[in-house]
Every structure is written in C-alpha cells, then in structure tokens.
Write a protein that binds this ligand. Structure first.
Ligand SMILES: Cc1ncc(COP(=O)(O)O)c(C=O)c1O
Length: 343
C-alpha cells in the first residue's frame, strides 16, 4: 500500500481542459451506523454548487471546457422530462455565456415545474420531443435534429449525449474518485464499497476509471457498486467498462487496466421502470430525510439509497465496515408533481 496523498494522481488530468465550477471538494459526511453494524458515509455531490447542484456538474466541468476548446457558441443536450443533467447544463451555459437548447421527453406542460422551471429560469430553450422518458433512441434522434438546425444557423453547437456520459464527461467522476480517496485517507477509513445511483453510466464509468488509477498506483480500492434505475443499464447498455477505458485513454492512461468485473451494477431496485416510484425507494427517502436531513428524489437517489440499505440488510457488510453513498442530487424534481412521498 502507498502512503502519499492520492491527490498526486490529479496530475494525470492536467493535459485536458476543465472549467472549475465546483469551488472545493464536496463534503464527506459521517452518517449513522446501519443495522448491520457498518458505518454509512455520505459524499455530498448534491452540493456541487452550480445551478442547485448534483453529479452532472462534475461531467460538465470537462464537457464545457471541451466545448469552449472546440469554439462552441451553444450547448445542446437531452434528457427525461425532469432531467437534472439538462438543468445543470442550462446553468453551465448561463455562466459561460453559451445559448442552451434542451431536448426533453413528453409534451410542453401547461406549467413548468421542478427541473424544467429552473432550466427555463437559467435561460435555456426547451424542445419537447413527445417521446417517452425511457425512449433514449428517439430522444437522441431529436437531439441530433436540433443540433443540425443550430449548425445551419451558425450557432456552432456542442452536442452532449444523454446524461453527458461520454469519455470526456466520465473524467469528472474519475477525478471525484481521487478526491474521495484523499478524504478517506485523511479520515483514516478504508471503505469497503462506494455505492451510487447509475443510469446513463457516465458517473459509474468515471468512478471505475478513477478506481483503476488508484489501484494502478498501489492503493487498496473499494468496490464501486451502481444501483441501476434505468433499464438501459439493466440490459448492459451502456458498456461502463468500455466507457471507463475510453476515459482513461482520453488522458493518455489507456495502459491502466479496467476489468469487466470492476463494474458492479445491481438492477434489482428499479421497480417497474425508470421514474416509477418504488416502496423501498420512498422508504429510503423518508429514512434519509429523518436521519441526516438529506433530500433524495424518487427517480434516482432514493432508489440508489434503497439499494445500499437493502444490500446492507442482506448482510453484505458488518461491524467495522465503512460504506460510502454518493448523493448524486435530484433535489428540484422533489418539487415537481408527485416528486416526493408524503407522510
Ligand atoms: C440525481 C441523479 N443521480 C444519478 C444519476 C445517474 O448518473 P449517470 O447518468 O451518470 O449514470 C443521474 C442522471 O441523470 C441523476 O440526475
């Protein structure tokens, strides 16, 4: 095992541009002991700052810098009706002075709420595609169509796929994994697992890439477990290991090994489908609110924590173990219709 600060690995990212939206490392909060005796820690990536925060800010640090390096004058992206990623892209565009176009599922509502309300407030233009929340293929085609229109208008669009899950975007969580390793080292803890909510896979790919860098440098590494909330991931798409390798190649670290079994996705907490609440997810939301004052949402982080709590109850960890939950955000959708469980 090595003893230097994991932060020395951040030099690996030096050749790639990054627009620093996040002012400092996000807090790693000590949570309660779980019934199994393991200690819960919460990495507060709901506090990434920009545009009400959440995981996508980390990806946007690299994506937006790439956009500017490519001379973009506008940003286009796509997501479900209550997309957090779209809302944070809208905020990034407003900071950088770039016009933002968002392709969203569904039809224009009579009154915008939650993430849509904020996206509009940040000045983004909303394009409603009429597609279902999980019709990713149709949504991506609509994004391409809007991108072509903007190109034809001379707006030099930088077009970001669903969830910002590209090799460039994934670098955000490779960096975050190193930030987290440093926090663990200074607290003197050696977590058994880092658990997070996974959907388009970029967060997961980044964490796996960061973990591979740490392992390559000789650090003991935790399991990285993604709790799936979309059937795309459940079916093995996107390929998280491949995306992690592509992210490493992007920073000339392609020689660092990523094994297929570095990627652990647990799809058993999705329920009926993406964005359809589950009893376990709602219970986790109430537990988090009443235990740590943490606000989770029904689409992502609530289901994610339900997976962690369910695995803990199943005996995966025991007294003396430390387990980290990455709180990836999702606050604004709590204020959309049916966005929070009551009582
Ligand atoms: C709150 C929240 N958590 C987790 C995720 C999943 O991240 P990824 O798409 O990188 O898998 C998202 C994606 O939109 C999200 O908004």
């Amino acid at each position: 095992m090595v003893h230097e600060s994991p932060l020395s690995l951040l030099t690996c990212f030096d050749a790639v541009p990054r627009h620093a939206f996040i002012p400092a490392p996000t807090p790693l909060e000590r949570g309660p002991l779980l019934e199994c005796g393991a200690r819960l820690w919460v990495k507060r990536d709901d506090l990434t700052g920009l545009g009400a925060g959440g995981n996508k800010v980390r990806k946007l640090e690299f994506l937006c810098a790439d956009a500017i390096a490519h001379g973009a004058r506008s940003l286009v992206t796509v997501g479900a009706a209550q997309s957090n990623h779209c809302r944070m892209t809208a905020a990034a565009g407003s900071v950088l002075g770039l016009e933002v176009h968002l392709v969203l599922s569904g039809d224009r509502p009579a009154r915008v709420e939650g993430n849509q309300l904020l996206s509009q407030l940040f000045g983004a233009q909303l394009h409603f595609s009429g597609s279902g929340d999980h019709e990713w293929g149709a949504l991506e085609l609509s994004r391409e169509a809007v991108t072509e229109q903007l190109s034809a208008q001379g707006l030099a669009p930088y077009s970001i796929p669903i969830g910002g899950s590209t090799d460039v975007g994934a670098l955000g969580y490779a960096r975050a994994m190193i930030e987290l390793a440093e926090q663990c080292q200074s607290l003197g803890i050696h977590p058994r697992a880092v658990v997070h909510t996974t959907s388009s896979g970029g967060t997961h790919a980044g964490l796996v890439a960061g973990r591979a860098l740490l392992r390559h440098a000789g650090y003991a590494v935790p399991d990285v477990i993604g709790i799936g909330v979309a059937k795309g991931v459940n079916l093995g798409r996107p390929n998280v290991a491949q995306l992690a390798r592509a992210a490493l190649s992007h920073i000339d670290m392609g020689h660092v090994a990523v094994h297929d079994d570095d990627v652990i996705v647990d799809p058993s907490w999705i329920g009926e489908d993406y964005a359809i609440p589950t009893t376990a997810g709602d219970d986790a939301i109430r537990w988090a609110a009443r235990t740590g004052g943490w606000v989770l949402d029904r689409v992502y982080s609530g289901k994610g924590l339900s997976g962690l709590l369910g695995r803990a109850a199943g005996g995966e960890w025991a007294t003396g173990d430390d387990v980290i939950f990455i709180h990836t955000g999702g606050l604004p959708s709590v204020f959309a219709a049916d966005g929070a469980p009551l009582g």
